[in-house]
Design a protein around this ligand. Structure first.
Ligand SMILES: *Cc1c(COP(=O)(O)O)cnc(C)c1O
Length: 226
């Protein structure tokens, strides 16, 4: 077994154990391999170990690797900060985007999603702690943005994403708040199938608080090359 194969197996086992602890055995958690700054060869290795969903943060870097990996049926997720002048390649080349936080992005992604492609799967990034250096919309504005996305035929509203402040011990508070927000939206008639929360340092806490999509980078690939 290569190191990546080994890490993947270990991560999947930890996901299953966290699900069991949460009384959710048998449910699915989508495991995203976050491959930013990792070479195409590392992605190929994870793919050979059965991994199909990969997540990238930088458009130019992602396009380079997609070109090298065209032979593989990878499902690509965009999880980076999204500038409105970079929406076109995201709309054209990715299946998912987790970082939509404003109306302008909704309009552009919808207009730029190719007609022949299935709708783009969209999650709203929520800035739960009001951190100015992070993207994301405030909790009270999520409902209106979700309704805008739902009204776009080229987009499919899939859920909520959050990157809580970097103190894994405190992540549980934010994760459970995101789950509460999901429940409030559902009461309002907005379906929220996915909660994208949890990274290498805190994915088990996230799953115990209702996450069904975890984004793991270093836990699968090891440290990111500089
Ligand atoms: C880099 C990144 C991750 C993965 O972080 P790790 O700590 O390496 O697991 C997850 N989500 C987002 C949005 C990221 O930018």
């Amino acid at each position: 077994m290569t190191e990546i194969t080994d890490h993947l197996a270990d991560t999947r086992a930890r996901v299953a154990k966290a699900l069991a602890r949460a009384g959710r055995s048998g449910e699915d958690v989508l495991l995203l391999a976050v491959s930013k700054h990792q070479p195409a060869a590392a992605i190929r290795e994870a793919f050979a170990a059965g991994q199909r969903h990969f997540a990238e943060n930088y458009v130019a870097e992602a396009l380079e690797k997609m070109a090298l990996l065209e032979d593989l049926p990878i499902e690509w997720h965009f999880i980076g900060a999204l500038q409105s002048n970079k929406t076109r390649p995201v709309a054209e080349r990715f299946a998912w985007v987790h970082t939509v936080d404003r109306e302008k992005l909704v309009r552009r992604l919808s207009a730029q999603r190719p007609r022949f492609a299935p709708p783009l799967n969209v999650l709203i990034q929520v800035n739960q702690a009001g951190e100015p250096q992070k993207a994301g919309v405030a909790e009270e504005r999520v409902g209106a943005l979700a309704e805008l996305i739902e009204a776009e035929p080229r987009l499919r509203f899939k859920g909520l994403m959050s990157i809580p402040p970097a103190q894994p011990a405190a992540s549980g508070v934010y994760f459970s708040r995101l789950r509460d927000l999901k429940n409030r939206l559902q009461e309002r008639g907005i379906e929220v199938p996915m909660l994208s929360m949890g990274m290498t340092a805190d994915f088990e806490i996230a799953i115990e608080n209702g996450s069904n999509c975890v984004r793991i980078g270093t836990g699968i690939f090891g440290p990111r090359p500089a």
